[in-house]
Design a binder for this molecule. Structure first.
Ligand SMILES: Nc1nc2c(ncn2[C@@H]2O[C@H](COP(=O)(O)OP(=O)(O)OP(=O)(O)O)[C@@H](O)[C@H]2O)c(=O)[nH]1
Ligand SMILES: [Mg+2]
Length: 209
């Protein structure tokens, strides 16, 4: 018993799609996997887990709210998480925002349930992990951290997600590999390059019953 728990109505979801997609060579949100865009895959998976979803990007093709970065200059994933916190803070009843990356179509269907169950107090951050590695853009963040994050974005030169986490109490939640017809899939497999996209097509096939 931790004495602290979140309800479903406390949590909004934001897909992080504000990067440059340089290794892919075109906007990863719009890349097709199977028959749908990566953004569509990730929104479908996230919208089953939260009361509202939005996309952090300059523009998006799906019919969901679009939240551009508030901190200028493509300052990295934490700038997207900052925009997500401010957006979520404006929603009625919402105290936390969960972030997922647009290039990760197989993330766990129990991501939000398990991250929220791990939180021990209102200011803690929960971060996903698999195979001994953390995936800090897959996080559940108190929206009240927006002001601290804004300060940090302005003073930290490298703006690495891991460095921001050092300022706060963080709990890490390990997720298992996912059995498929081929072999075990890391649910946080992410697509950065055209070769990764080919591998993702193989995983999609292996996941079909
Ligand atoms: N809002 C915002 N999100 C970013 C930024 N840079 C990366 N991201 C997001 O952070 C997540 C992880 O980033 P990467 O996997 O490096 O994606 P990327 O930066 O678009 O791709 P590369 O240009 O190939 O590095 C993705 O969901 C990106 O959309 C940024 O400057 N602003
Ligand atoms: Mg990048």
């Amino acid at each position: 018993m931790t004495g602290f728990s979140l309800d479903r109505s406390d949590i909004a979801g934001v897909v992080l799609a504000g990067g440059r997609s340089q290794r892919m060579g075109r906007d990863k949100a719009e890349v097709t996997l199977g028959t749908e865009s990566l953004l569509h895959h990730v929104l479908a998976r996230l919208s089953q887990q939260v009361i509202s979803v939005a996309v952090n990007a300059d523009a998006a093709t799906e019919h969901v709210p679009v939240i551009p970065d508030r901190f200028p200059g493509k300052a990295g994933p934490m700038a997207g998480i900052h925009a997500a916190m401010i957006y979520a803070a404006g929603l009625p009843s919402v105290t936390h925002v969960v972030t997922v990356s647009v290039d990760c179509p197989f993330f766990p269907t129990d991501l939000v349930a398990r991250l929220s169950a791990a939180l021990e107090h209102p200011l803690q951050i929960a971060i996903a992990a698999s195979e001994g590695r953390s995936h800090p853009v897959f996080g559940l963040w108190p929206v009240t951290l927006a002001a601290d994050l804004e300060t940090w974005l302005a003073i930290d030169e490298k703006r690495r997600v891991r460095d921001f986490l050092l300022r706060h109490d963080v709990t890490q939640v390990a997720f298992p590999l996912h059995p498929t017809r081929a072999s075990l899939l890391d649910p946080f497999f992410n697509i950065n390059t055209p070769d990764d996209l080919i591998e993702a097509e193989r995983w999609l096939e292996a996941l079909r019953a």
